[in-house]
Each structure stands twice: as C-alpha cells, then as structure tokens.
Design a protein around this ligand. Structure first.
Ligand SMILES: Cc1cc2nc3c(=O)[nH]c(=O)nc-3n(C[C@H](O)[C@H](O)[C@H](O)COP(=O)(O)OP(=O)(O)OC[C@H]3O[C@@H](n4cnc5c(N)ncnc54)[C@H](O)[C@@H]3O)c2cc1C
Length: 489
C-alpha cells in the first residue's frame, strides 16, 4: 500500500500523548510546534504516490505496490533503485530529516534478509516487515538508554528506581515495559517506535534487552518533546529551515506499556539485542540512507556558499575560490564514497541478496560525523558579518520610507536588498540559529558518539589484508647480516 500525505496526517490524529513542557499537544498536524514539520513529512508521502514517481520510488511485488525503501535488494540495480529513493526524499527535504520514513524502514528491511538471527522471534520480525510495507508505516526508533542510567548498579546501591526502559512483567499475551529511552527523533510524525539497544548491554541487563515495536498512541506511552523550533519560526522567509524542517526529538517514557508477543523481537538476551544490528543488513541499509541524506545537506551548503560569495563579489578573490574548491572537493569525496557503496556491493547477508559495501558505509558515516562542524564553519566564515547587517525582519518592506532606504543602501551591484536578506536568512538558519545548533548536535551524535562510529569501521576492516601489505614490504628486506648474526649468537 502507498499512503497519501493526507492519509498519513490522518494517521497522526490518534490520541498520542506528546508534551511540550506542561502542555499536552492534542493534534500534531495543527499545533504550531509541529504542523509545518508534519506537512513536510506528508509531502514525502505525496511525492511517492505521484504517478510520475511511480517507477523511481515504488515497486510491485505479488501484485501489490510498496514504498521503494522496502525493496530487498537482489542485485546492484536494486541497490541503485534504493539509493534513488533515498536521494529523492533527502533532496526534497534538503537532508534536514535524519529519521525520514525511509530510515528505520530500511533497518527492518535489511533485517528481514536474514531473520534467522532473531531465533524464535524470526517470524515476528518478518511479520513486522510485512505489516510495515503493507500499511506504509512510518517508524522511528529509540535505541539508547538515557544518559547516566547505563550502569544500573549506581541506582541500585542508592536504592533509587532505575530509569532505563526494561521489561517489568510478562504473561501469556506479551510483556509490559516501563522506563525511558532516548531520543526518538521524528516520533511526533511517526506511527510506531522501535525500541531497542544499539549499544552493547552487560550480561546481567537481560530485562533491558527488550527489542520491540510500539504504536505512538500506545496506552502508557508519553513523548516528551524538546523545545520545538518550528513554534518560534514565523514564516519560511524568516526561518526557511526551522519553519518547515524541525523533525522533532522526544524522550520516550513508558509507564506499563503492554507489548503483545508478536511485536517482540528480542527478549532476555543482552548479546542478541546488539547483534541484530551487526549480523543483519539492517544497520547498513539504514545508514546508507544517512549518508545519502547528509550528501543532500552538503550540496545545499556548498551551493549556498557559492551564492554567498557571489552576492558580495568575493567569488573573484583567489583565496575565496580556494575555500569553495575545498568545499566542492568534500562534496565530491562523499558522493564518490556513496557510489562506491553500490559499486562494491557485498553478496551478504544471505544467498541471493546484496548489501551496500559495509566498510564504505561506515567510512562515510565517520567522515560525516567528523566533518560536519568544519563544513558549516566554512560557510559561516564566508558569510562574515553580513547576516547581522540585515534588518530584524521583512517588515521593513511595509514602511515606504524604510523600504526606500533598505532598497537603496542594502543592495549590492550583484543583488537587490531583499534578495540578499532572503539569502542570509537561509545561511543563518543553516549555520547559526537554534535549528542549526540542533543539527550540529545531531550530526555529531545521531549514529552514536564518535568512538562508537569509529568502532564500526574498526569492526569491518580487513586488518589481515592491511597488515599483509605492511608484511609484504617488511619481508622484502632483512636485518643486515652483521647484526642478524649478532642476534643469533
Ligand atoms: C539531535 C539528536 C537526535 C538523536 N536521535 C536519536 C534517535 O532518533 N534515536 C536514538 O535512539 N537516539 C538518538 N539520539 C541519541 C544518540 O544515539 C546518542 O546521543 C548517542 O548514542 C550518544 O549518547 P549520549 O548522548 O548519551 O552521549 P554519551 O555516550 O554520554 O557521550 C557523551 C560524550 O562523552 C564521550 N564518552 C562517553 N563515554 C565514552 C567512552 N566510553 N569512551 C570515550 N568517550 C566517551 C563521548 O565521546 C561524547 O563526547 C539522538 C541524539 C541527538 C543529539
């Protein structure tokens, strides 16, 4: 099934509990904090449904049509298709939605390639994959325990309740979960939340190992939103990104939420809770989307940097061109690594299926995490003080006298005053606004702290091959005879 944007918006009016401070939001599709973000998500569904996008964004299987990100790739062409679907979604939203509907769905699709990893819950995973694609469900995830609660011993010693989410009871119908999990990006606009553990658990944390999915309106589930950024954005002219693309982040608080057995994927197995991401193609499928999404954002940054330099005429200065050249080189580097993920696809994890090259996915993930701040900083440098040269808002244009002055003194030979204002407002939303700050934090942490991201690369590197290169050279010469003899004696 393919949902339309309107159908998706309707599905969000489900009585979910979402708090902004002490205010309970009754309808995210109309509330000022979320309505524009909800519209942006709806526009992704409409794009998928549009007849002209049918072949590039959806596929047919056994007579039914599904969103393209549910395709289980059997060859390189399928990976190219998946890539194109992510690309279209990321381009539409300029890379601002990290957890767009194609992220967690790609995890589940990748996992469905070898469900055997899930042991006795394999059929649950497959049934969930079917449910997702049949209902065109939008899932997000909360797969990290809250900070400071990763060592329950500290709480136990002080006789305090452990805040992290865990199973508190089980019966014939399923399990009951309570506690918190961070940080469900996109939950305000999603249908379901995947609960899990992307970072390893200790062997005695079996009750925390629960991996399951819950609907966003599950009784007992509360979403505690961080400060929404769309709420303060008055128009897309003033805050072009905050206004449309605040994807929301929420703490997940479960108070005795019932999860039926068929929605449980891991239970009482701390080791497996993490292995399902490593031993299946889930994490790789999902993070190919992350890489593609970052590239769309990077292309916006580089394009804007060029326009900013043209607006002031600085594009003619050799040193400025050099900066643009560096930005363009970074953009090309990431493009190349992403295409390499398809070019060097792996026949993995099961016969008949293929996966994006894992090393290249993790290399790009690491590269993006390490370089986002530096990239944005280049744009900030190119902006200089221009962003603060602009009047507070567009209302100056309503006053004939002020408008006259503005149009006369703020124009440059290259650009009219109001066009400059428009340009710099976008640049500030990308580099310096609260929205920009949230993105900086997102790019640093969305795939885990940097040491976690580097560990993926460490895990997937063929060290034998690399050491072999060093060995080949080492073995091509020896210790000089005179010293070798000394050693031997
Ligand atoms: C904007 C945003 C959106 C997010 N969206 C999601 C989401 O959709 N779903 C989800 O599940 N999670 C999400 N997260 C949470 C994210 O997964 C975590 O932030 C991430 O795993 C890091 O955990 P932490 O924030 O607790 O930081 P910590 O792990 O506490 O790290 C904080 C700092 O301490 C350092 N540090 C801590 N421990 C060590 C160590 N052992 N060795 C070396 N350095 C260490 C880290 O390098 C880092 O600099 C999001 C986070 C942000 C900021």
């Amino acid at each position: 099934m393919l949902k339309t944007g309107a159908e998706h918006l309707e599905s969000l009016r489900d009585g979910r509990t979402i708090y902004v401070g002490n205010e309970r939001v009754t309808d995210v599709t109309t509330h000022p904090a979320f309505r524009q973000g909800a519209q942006s998500i709806a526009s992704i569904y409409d794009m998928k449904c549009a007849p002209e996008n049918r072949d590039r964004m959806t596929f047919e299987e056994d007579g039914e049509r599904y969103s393209g990100y549910f395709l289980r790739a059997r060859n390189r062409a399928d990976l190219e298709f998946r890539h194109g679907v992510h690309r279209a979604i990321a381009d539409k939203t300029y890379g601002m939605f990290g957890r767009s509907p194609d992220h967690v769905s790609s995890f589940v699709t990748g996992m469905s390639l070898n469900p055997g990893v899930f042991g006795k819950y394999a059929s649950n995973l497959l049934a969930y994959y079917e449910h997702m694609r049949k209902t065109d469900s939008y899932a997000v995830y909360a797969v990290v325990p809250p900070q400071a609660a990763r060592n329950p011993e500290i709480y136990q010693k002080l006789n305090l309740p452990v805040p992290t989410l865990r199973v508190v009871r089980e019966d014939d119908d399923g399990v009951v979960i309570s506690g918190t999990k961070m940080l469900a990006t996109g939950a305000a606009y999603a249908n379901e939340i995947w609960i899990g553990n992307l970072i390893p658990l200790a062997p005695d944390q079996s009750k925390q190992s629960i991996t399951c999915v819950i609907p966003c309106n599950a009784p007992g589930l509360q979403l505690w939103s961080r400060k929404p950024l769309g709420r303060e954005a008055t128009s897309d002219f003033e805050n072009p990104l905050s206004y449309r693309f605040d994807e929301s982040d929420s703490m997940v608080l479960c108070d005795e939420v019932k999860v039926p057995w068929e929605k449980v994927f891991v239970h009482d197995d701390p080791l497996l809770a993490r292995q399902i991401y490593v031993d299946t193609a889930g994490h790789t499928y999902g993070n190919h989307q992350s890489n593609v999404r970052f590239l769309s954002k990077l292309q916006l940054i580089v394009g804007l940097a060029s326009k900013i330099t043209k607006a002031s005429g600085a594009d003619q200065v050799p040193a400025v061109r050099e900066t643009l050249g560096k930005l363009a080189a970074w953009e090309a580097t990431l493009s190349g690594v992403i295409m390499g993920q398809i070019q060097s696809a792996e026949s993995w994890p099961t016969e008949g299926h293929v996966c994006f090259n894992r090393r290249y996915v993790y290399a790009a993930l690491n590269w993006c995490t390490e370089n986002h701040s530096a990239i944005v900083d280049q744009l900030r440098e190119l902006c200089g003080g221009s962003v603060f040269q602009m009047p507070a808002d567009i209302s100056v244009m309503a006053d004939p006298g002020l408008r006259n002055s503005f149009e006369q003194y703020w124009a440059t030979p290259q650009l009219a005053a109001v066009d400059r204002m428009k340009l710099y407002k976008l640049a500030w939303d990308l580099t310096g606004s609260e929205f920009a700050g949230r993105h900086q934090q997102y790019e640093k942490f969305y795939a885990g702290a940097s040491f976690v991201v580097r560990n993926y690369t460490f895990m997937h590197t063929d060290w034998k091959f690399l050491e072999g290169v060093a060995d080949r050279l080492l073995s091509s010469y020896g210790v000089p005879d005179a010293y070798a003899e000394t050693q031997a004696s």
